[in-house]
Design a binder for this molecule. Structure first.
Ligand code: NAD
Length: 359
């Protein structure tokens, strides 16, 4: 019996989490779920969106699956997702992006893996508010040490990128490539402009690459990478990126495979892993039983593989792929138009997948 933490999240999270739990249970893998709440509703009751017992549960069980959680823009609590990744040191965000035949997309045959650094960069959460005393001090310091004048009415975010953080994420990328029959790792950066952060990332990536002579290595500047992914995605295999570029490029690649409804992910550290879809909590669809649960279900497939249940993972992935290929029991985002009256509900998608699993 596996004991796994289940965090339904908020917005559409609870609906897609229920659907996901059902299909995972239908594989027959024995799981005892420890359900833990995080997000907006908990914030109202407990004054924190991420109670300590959620983190404790993941630490203890080592594996969690999570629905999306809302992060209010510019106010209120900081991102639960960022806090979770930092407190558990889940330094790797792994996002395989694969086309499934039948998915409505302009591209075919996409099979890319995005490996995003999860703890550093502009997402480290070191920010200086416009007009504060610290900010004024920082502006003064920068003027004194560089001669550069930052406007007094500026807010400032700090972008730390370390040798330690880069080394472990690039190593993860190469090990992933080696263990999963992948041929090439591409490091993505803007080293031509940010020499001391992205430049460091690239330099460390090159050093790590030297230890993996069996895997090809190359690098691309992030803007060029975006264009190339749209023009010739077949040239790429595993991409490793600092936090911010990784976030943006993940969504771009999700677009190549048919949208956020199909893009799974995992946040992995040395001790534990949290599996979650790439998409957010889509608040406008909350409670409508309408959105696509497949990204979270495919995150569940990744989770089953992670715990060593590859057979069940393969069966679940085949069942999901079968439902996509038939195109009948799929949600609105996978139909020709969003108002298609034949669109399935979230729970109908789960039922169709369970039917396929029985065959
Ligand atoms: P979003 O991913 O929630 O939604 C953007 C749009 O994508 C939706 O309006 C919808 O049209 C579509 N979409 C998303 N998921 C879908 C699904 N499963 N099925 C069908 N369509 C889907 O992005 P957003 O609107 O920028 O963010 C909403 C909230 O989610 C924000 O508070 C954001 O911070 C948060 N967020 C959380 C996570 C996470 O928990 N890991 C990730 C991203 C965003």
């Amino acid at each position: 019996m596996y004991r796994i933490t289940l965090i339904p999240g908020d917005g559409i999270g609870p609906e897609i989490a229920t659907a996901t739990k059902k299909v995972i249970e239908a594989t027959g893998v024995p799981i005892e779920w420890e359900v833990k709440k995080a997000g907006e509703d908990v914030f109202e009751k407990q004054g924190t969106p991420l109670p300590e017992d959620v983190i404790e549960s993941i630490r203890e069980n080592k594996v969690a699956i999570k629905g999306p959680v809302t992060t209010p823009v510019g106010k209120g609590f900081r991102s639960v997702n960022v806090a979770l990744r930092q407190s558990l040191d889940l330094y790797c965000c792994l996002r395989p992006c694969k086309s499934y035949p039948g998915a409505r997309t302009r591209f075919e045959g996409i099979d890319l893996v995005i490996i995003r650094e999860n703890t550093e960069d502009l997402y480290a959460g070191i920010e200086y508010q416009k007009g504060s005393e610290d900010t004024r001090g920082l502006i003064e310091f920068i003027k004194n040490t560089t001669g550069k004048k930052i406007r007094d009415d500026s807010g400032i975010s700090i972008k730390p990128i370390s040798v330690y953080g880069t080394e472990r994420i690039v190593r993860f990328a190469f090990e992933y490539a080696r263990n999963n029959g992948r041929k090439k790792v591409t490091a993505v950066h803007k080293a031509n402009i940010m020499k001391h952060t992205d430049g460091l990332f690239l330099e460390v990536a090159r050093d790590v690459a030297d230890h993996f002579p069996d895997i090809a290595f190359e690098d691309r500047i992030v803007d060029n990478m975006c264009m190339q992914l749209v023009q010739k995605p077949e040239l790429y295999d595993v991409l490793v990126l600092p936090n911010l570029y990784g976030d943006i490029v993940s969504d771009l690649v999700a677009g190549l495979i048919g949208g956020l409804g199909l893009a799974p992910g995992a946040n992995i550290g040395d001790g534990c892993a949290v599996f979650e879809p790439t998409h957010g909590s889509a608040p406008k669809y909350k409670g409508l039983n309408k959105t696509n649960p497949m990204a979270m279900m495919l995150s569940g497939v990744m989770m089953l593989r992670y715990i060593g249940e590859s057979g069940a993972a393969d069966r679940l992935e085949r069942a999901i792929a079968g439902v996509i290929q038939e195109g009948r029991h799929v949600t609105y985002d996978m139909k020709p138009t969003p108002d298609d009256p034949t669109a399935a509900t979230t729970s109908q998608v789960a039922d169709a997948i369970i039917e396929k699993l029985k065959k």
